[in-house]
Write a protein that binds this ligand. Structure first.
Ligand code: GTP
Ligand code: MG
Length: 442
């Protein structure tokens, strides 16, 4: 996880709130002070921090909690939404054919990000091609062509040509059949006139869908100044903040960009081609706060469960019938290991289920289905009704052994217990879950 320090100090601030006996001005002041300290340490602009803390205090003390939400949840929700606000919105990226121009200062991560983006789009089923317009740095051609070769991505470059504009003109012609064409340009030490001219000339060659500015997270708050300068030159459509894995100043870069006219499209979190994440303010902040990426979880669950009458909420609350169990097993099978899903839940979800407990073969599922088909609706609804004589009847009807029926029942009991455990799960855990629910992260 990036920004570990910020994350853990924000988490302990939030924990204070969750554990407080009652929510009053004193505790709000205290928590806001902790949040201020955490943000300033992560290099977020002091003015921005003051604005945020004033907003939190003002809202927490004057706004009445919406129906069904107590004041603790209400304040947590305010903290969360205000934090999301300071990092702004994400740049929308359409998954369709497009051309992209990468710009940025020397060493910011343009070439690495170019390869990462090619991989990102090819994973989404689009065919990428990369054009090398860096005629400035020796070795630029080799660096990019090797990266592309490793990824199996189409590469266009002219090793001995010094005219970057001509190369891009030729490259765009040669790569017409590709869906996403990414032009990697040369970086310079500073934003010199020469660089701006070359950038503008390349920019003028075609109607670029995106001009991505690549910024090293270590520059912290200077991100805003650079974003403004590049935006004036070629009209930035989005920013990529790289090396967020390696700096405590990441909070500065993230918040500074959203303070300009641009927005963040992606973040770079490592050196390999897979270390690129689509920027998602909600998910980012909930992960930082240790609420788990509930939004990602719910989205994932909805994708899988769209036509089923099962939902994640049901896993935590309400009656748990055999039918529920079966549809959840089906869903879990489709979603992947349950543990992984649980880890996305607030504060780690439940941790005490053995790893293989939910690994279920298709045969086993089929067997359960057959057994359940020999049960009455009442029995499926309330498996407690099933005593030994009913077990014998169900076994006969389904052509299975009584032990198989018992196993199914035992399994249901175990899952039901786990669901109850999640529902309990400690006061603060419960609070956070409820908040996520009420925050409309559906
Ligand atoms: N840890 C980490 N390293 C990164 C990331 N992105 C890029 N790098 C490293 O940063 C260094 C510079 O990256 P490049 O992609 O060559 O930068 P550039 O902007 O193309 O540089 P020039 O072409 O010289 O202007 C390389 O060593 C990369 O491996 C990231 O997200 N995390
Ligand atoms: Mg480069």
């Amino acid at each position: 996880m990036v920004l570990d320090n910020l994350g853990s100090s924000l988490k302990s601030a939030i924990q204070k709130l969750a554990n407080a006996g009652k929510i009053d001005k004193e505790i709000i002041d205290d928590v806001v002070k902790d949040i201020q300290r955490a943000l300033i340490q992560a290099d977020v602009n002091v003015k921005l921090v003051m604005k945020l803390s004033n907003r939190i205090k003002e809202r927490a003390l004057t706004e009445a909690p919406p129906a069904g939400m107590d004041s603790r949840e209400h304040v947590l929700r305010i903290v969360y939404t205000e934090l999301v606000n300071i990092i702004g919105k994400a740049t929308p990226i359409a998954l369709e054919p497009q051309t992209i121009m990468m710009v940025g200062l020397q060493g910011s991560g343009k070439t690495t990000t170019t390869a990462k983006l090619a991989r990102f789009f090819s994973r989404k089923g689009l065919k990428p091609a990369v054009i090398c317009a860096d005629t400035y740095r020796p070795g630029a051609y080799d660096q990019l062509s090797q990266l592309c070769e490793k990824l199996g991505v189409m590469f266009y470059g002219e090793r001995d040509n010094k005219d970057a504009v001509a190369i891009v003109r030729n490259g765009l012609k040669e790569t017409q059949k590709y869906d996403v064409r990414i032009v990697d340009t040369a970086g310079r030490h500073a934003l010199e006139t020469e660089l701006i001219k070359e950038m503008k000339d390349i920019w003028g060659l075609t109607n670029f869908t995106h001009r991505f500015l690549v910024l090293d997270a270590a520059i912290g708050q200077q991100a805003s100044e650079q974003a403004k300068a590049f935006n004036d030159a070629v009209g930035i459509t989005g920013v990529v903040i790289t090396k967020l894995d390696g700096t405590a100043k990441g909070g500065g870069a993230l918040s500074a960009v959203s303070d300009t006219n641009t927005s963040i499209a992606f973040i770079g979190v490592g050196e390999t081609p897979d270390d690129l994440e689509r920027f998602d303010p909600d998910g980012f902040i909930s992960r930082l706060l240790g609420m788990g990426d509930l939004k990602a979880l719910v989205e994932k669950a909805n994708e899988v469960l769209s036509q089923k009458d099962v939902n994640v909420e049901k896993m935590m609350t309400g009656k748990f019938t055999l039918n529920d169990m079966y549809s959840q097993l089906e869903a879990i099978n489709k979603m992947g290991p349950l543990k992984q899903i649980m880890s996305m839940l607030p504060l780690g979800g439940l941790g005490n289920i053995p790893d293989d407990a939910y690994r279920m073969t298709q045969d086993k599922m089929q067997g359960y289905r057959i057994i359940m088909d020999s049960m009455t609706e009442d029995e499926k609804d309330d498996p407690k009704l099933i005593g030994s004589s009913r077990i014998a009847r169900i076994a006969m009807g389904s052509g299975r052994a009584p032990e198989d029926v018992r196993e199914l029942l035992k399994y249901h009991k175990m899952m039901q217990k786990a669901m109850k455990g999640m529902k309990g799960g400690g006061q603060s855990n419960k609070n956070l879950k409820k908040i996520m629910k009420q925050m409309n992260i559906k």
